[in-house]
Design a binder for this molecule. Structure first.
Ligand code: ARG
Length: 300
């Protein structure tokens, strides 16, 4: 009768019934048989230990291995694009994977168009952006940049049937229509030339298609991209001339929110390792960036 009152008080639901049965069992048999009680206590302690371990594992994962959402614009061959299997691929995809591995964070890559990258980062839709983004003072007012991982610049393609033109000044003199992706350094570069009629596009590839269709007289884009289209996409550029090499010197950086100091430190440290140990140069070779982009020397 030792366990009676407990059983009566709790018998309304099955959990409490189990509990009350256990207590009464302990009181009845456990107290009489010490080894039974000991077994119960050991089982209980083991259970508490397992729960504690699970909790620790989870919080260690949360603190050491945060899952970051990284946005990338997959329209920039060979820097980032969708391959034949429909997967994200390219120099910057390889690079960000190496950075994540080195810094020890989990990540998820999301494909976001150029126009949505900066706004999405600032409004916390993602945590990092890598997309051949030039480090610019004006952009630093709103966002933070990692140390540079590549030096690049802009280059120009002009329609073959437009003769006696070998620079942008000439294009300005003949009041040419020149295409560029909107809000890029190529677009800002064109704004310096009075006389050029700037035609903007959401994607650089659209500007090249328009050039092939004589919708513009020339296009300006990042040198690596222009080189890719000129050498690998002859179908679109067979009626175009390449006006020489890079016309500006720009540095690409990974973009972060301004207050993400810890993350910036981790990314910079990883980039420094990858610049020093030759990983980034190997990726430059793998993706045939040639003279159109240069791997910078790490600062320290
Ligand atoms: N480097 C240029 C800039 O930062 C163009 C970048 C365009 N990148 C892209 N993935 N569409 O303005």
């Amino acid at each position: 009768m030792k366990g009676g009152p407990v059983r009566i008080a709790l018998e309304n639901n099955s959990f409490s019934r189990l509990f009350s049965n256990t207590i009464s069992f302990l009181l009845r048999d456990g107290l009489q048989d010490y080894s039974v009680l000991k077994r119960y206590i050991l089982k209980f302690l083991f259970f508490v230990f397992c729960v504690w371990c699970l909790g620790c594992g989870q919080s260690a994962q949360e603190t050491q291995n945060p899952r970051l959402v990284i946005a990338i614009d997959a329209t920039f061959v060979p820097m980032s694009f969708l391959n034949d299997q429909g997967e994200l691929d390219g120099f910057e995809v390889d690079l960000i994977k190496a950075v994540a591995k080195n810094a020890g964070f989990d990540y998820e890559l999301v494909n976001v168009e150029w126009g949505g990258l900066f706004g999405g980062l600032i409004t916390n839709k993602f945590d990092l952006v890598i997309s051949s983004i030039t480090i610019l003072e004006e952009r630093k007012n709103r966002m933070a940049f990692s140390i540079p991982y590549l030096q690049s610049g802009v280059a120009v393609l002009v329609r073959k049937d437009i003769q006696n033109v070998d620079n942008l000044q000439k294009l300005a003199e003949i009041k040419a229509t020149v295409g560029a992706q909107i809000n890029t350094t190529s677009y800002y570069f064109l704004q310096k030339y009075d006389g050029i009629n700037i035609k903007t596009y959401e994607k650089f590839g659209h500007a090249v298609i328009d050039l092939a269709n004589k919708g513009n007289d020339g296009v300006v884009g990042d040198s690596v991209q222009v080189n890719y289209y000129f050498n690998k996409n002859k179908e679109l550029t067979q009626n175009a001339r390449f006006l020489g090499s890079r016309m500006t010197s720009e540095f690409y950086g990974i973009v972060l929110r301004k207050d993400d100091f810890d993350l910036k430190q981790k990314i910079d440290a990883s980039l420094t390792v990858l610049l020093k140990n030759g990983t980034i140069q190997k990726l430059h070779d793998k993706w045939n960036l040639g003279k159109f982009a240069v791997v910078p020397l790490p600062e320290n």
